[in-house]
Ligand binder design. Structure first.
Ligand code: DGI
Ligand code: FE
Ligand code: FE
Length: 194
């Protein structure tokens, strides 16, 4: 998108090529989902662009930046530094990219673990991150991609359930927020059915 050319150019220099490709995939997928769910296409695209802006910062530097700027880290984040890019990304979006829209910053902050009761934009970014066309094929991806354009709350349940299964299978530490997100959407969808 023309108005975001400068950000795109900047991200291209900061991210690995495959990460930049993924980033563009998330931006366009989020834009398409915004059309379907009736929210701002520009905001969805911009959030997609920035969601992984901290992804290729070396681990030591991530820890240093968090300490410097008093960004507190959970147990799981300390054990698994890959999780930090979400929080740190929100900080960079604000300080370096001058984003002041709190919902955009929150969508970046929550894009890895999710959270209970997310807004439509937050859900779209979380889901677009998982389904964008450049993602390597994951279990029942075709179904999830269809569901993403049918029902956001159900998609949240399916994706978080798959992620938890995967993390358990590889014995990776699970952030309590990932757990809470899954439980929230299971409960939400159950109540809606009744
Ligand atoms: O940055 P991306 O690769 O585009 O995707 P992402 O931000 O969703 O994060 C990558 C990984 O984080 C993904 O494989 C799922 C994983 N993840 C989500 N919640 C947790 C988690 N990993 C751990 N260890 N613990 C979690 O609670
Ligand atoms: Fe990410
Ligand atoms: Fe991503």
């Amino acid at each position: 998108m023309k108005q975001f050319e400068e950000i795109e150019h900047n991200l291209k220099s900061k991210l690995k090529e495959s990460r930049y490709t993924h980033t563009m995939g998330v931006a366009y997928t989020a834009a398409a989902m915004a059309m379907k769910y009736g929210i701002s296409v520009e905001r969805a695209y911009l959030t997609g662009l920035l969601h992984d802006c901290a992804k290729n910062i070396p681990e030591e530097e991530m820890f240093m930046l968090c300490q410097q700027h008093k960004i507190s880290l959970s147990e799981a984040e300390q054990q698994n530094p890959q999780l930090i890019h979400a929080k740190l990304g929100a900080w960079i979006a604000k300080e370096e990219y001058r984003i002041e829209d709190e919902e955009i910053l929150n969508a970046i902050r929550l894009h890895t673990t999710g959270a209970p009761n997310m807004t439509v934009l937050e859900q779209i970014i979380y889901i677009a991150d998982y389904i964008e066309p450049n993602r390597k094929p994951l279990p029942h991806m075709d179904k999830i991609r269809q569901l993403a354009f049918t029902d956001l709350n159900q998609t949240m349940e399916v994706i978080t359930t798959d992620i938890l299964k995967y993390l358990e299978s590889i014995g990776s530490p699970i952030d309590s927020m990932t757990m809470q997100t899954n439980q929230y959407y299971i409960q939400y969808n159950r109540e809606k059915r009744n």
